[in-house]
Ligand binder design. Structure first.
Ligand code: SAM
Ligand code: SF4
Length: 341
């Protein structure tokens, strides 16, 4: 930071939501081609990804993170694309880990954890979420479209545990007609391990996945499936949590449901997203971002930067998920792999 800005009170948006989470996309590239996120037909060998020079540098990301922490952010999540494809990511992790009072998390497809988990842990990463959409290869190969068997992700999870990560979260996107059966498979596999599976409703992010409401397998249906097998008790507590959490009555841990489509949680949304090329998005479904890269590369003090960013949050009114079935989108939405999930 070039100056030490005077602390500002936590900023709230136009709907009284505080700014708490910054999700940082460090690359738009991925080693998977999940059809719900980066369908191969559109993200094929000829796809023009952003050139390296267009990406924010680690120093720029760190400076922004510092300013956001000053504005009230207490959770940073590295994502993408596949974040572990960004070269030397542990260097950024080490920088971000110096920020006090901040939870530093990452969402990954897990394939590269065998090589990276130890270095990430040593650099100060505190929380890890690994995405895994099925436990049988027939389904998983279809869902990653990159010839990656389930065993590679499970090996990545084991490597993370060996490196000292505890309380891992497992994200599974459930699509009707594709992997509903994975709900019970994954729950059975991970209960009693200290890891929490979070089942996510398939969302209409971006415009490349051909999402249709009929493809959504609702959280309510997932819960009904789970309840056929186990007694689950709701966990109450954090009103800002995006996942509805349930505890297995037999003491085998917890499971989460993210009902982003059928029970939107916009009124509790405290998240801001930073794209790989330095655009800030106040909603996963926003069509346009705020160009913070230009501000970063202008000769501004951190205090002035903080004022711009505070104002951006204060003016925020997004609640797309709440309005999904009632209002048309102004602009085509950005892809999840660009915004960071
Ligand atoms: N590559 C990493 C991964 O797969 O975990 C991080 C980026 S990915 C975009 C972040 C999360 O978004 C993943 O858990 C992924 O399953 C989820 N996701 C992607 N597209 C989605 C969609 N259309 N609906 C719901 N979740 C989605
Ligand atoms: Fe890659 Fe993650 Fe998107 Fe799958 S969900 S294509 S792993 S960025």
């Amino acid at each position: 930071m070039n100056t030490s800005p005077t602390p500002l009170p936590t900023v709230h948006d136009a709907l009284a939501r505080p700014l708490r989470d910054l999700r940082i996309s460090v690359t738009g590239r991925s080693n998977f081609r999940c059809p719900y996120c980066m369908p191969r037909a559109l993200f094929g060998p000829d796809h023009a990804f952003l050139p390296r020079a267009a990406l924010l540098s680690f120093e720029e990301i760190f400076r922004l993170a510092q300013v956001f922490v000053h504005l009230g952010v207490n959770k940073l999540r590295l994502t993408g694309g596949e974040p572990l494809l960004r070269r030397d990511l542990e260097r950024l992790v080490a920088q971000l880990a110096t920020l006090t009072g901040v939870e530093l998390a990452m969402t990954t497809n897990g394939v590269l954890l065998g090589r990276k988990a130890q270095a990430l842990r040593a650099a100060g990463l505190t929380r890890l979420t690994v995405s895994l959409d099925a436990l049988d290869d027939a389904t998983f190969l279809r869902m990653n479209d990159a010839h990656t068997p389930v065993a590679e992700v499970l090996a990545g999870i084991e490597a993370a545990q060996r490196a000292g990560f505890t309380g891992l979260k497992i994200n599974a996107v459930i699509q009707r007609g594709v992997n509903e059966h994975a709900v019970l498979d994954l729950a059975r596999h991970f209960r009693g391990t200290g890891m929490t599976v979070r089942f996510i409703e398939y969302m209409d992010v971006g415009s490349s996945n051909g999402w249709r409401p009929a493809d959504v397998f609702s959280a309510q249906d997932m819960l009904a499936l789970l309840r056929q097998q186990w007694v689950l008790q709701p966990v109450t507590g954090n009103p800002h949590a995006v996942a509805q959490e349930y505890r297995y009555a037999d003491g085998a841990g917890t499971v989460g449901l993210i009902a982003a489509v059928t029970q939107p949680f916009c009124q509790h949304c405290t998240r801001l997203r930073l794209s790989t090329d330095g655009q800030l998005f106040t909603c996963l479904f926003a069509g346009t971002g705020f160009d913070v890269k230009t501000l970063l590369r202008a000769d501004l003090t951190d205090q002035a930067l903080a004022e711009h960013l505070g104002l951006l949050w204060q003016q925020r009114q997004d609640q797309y998920s709440q309005l999904r079935f009632h209002a048309a989108r102004a602009q085509p939405p950005k892809e999840m792999s660009y915004l960071g999930g």
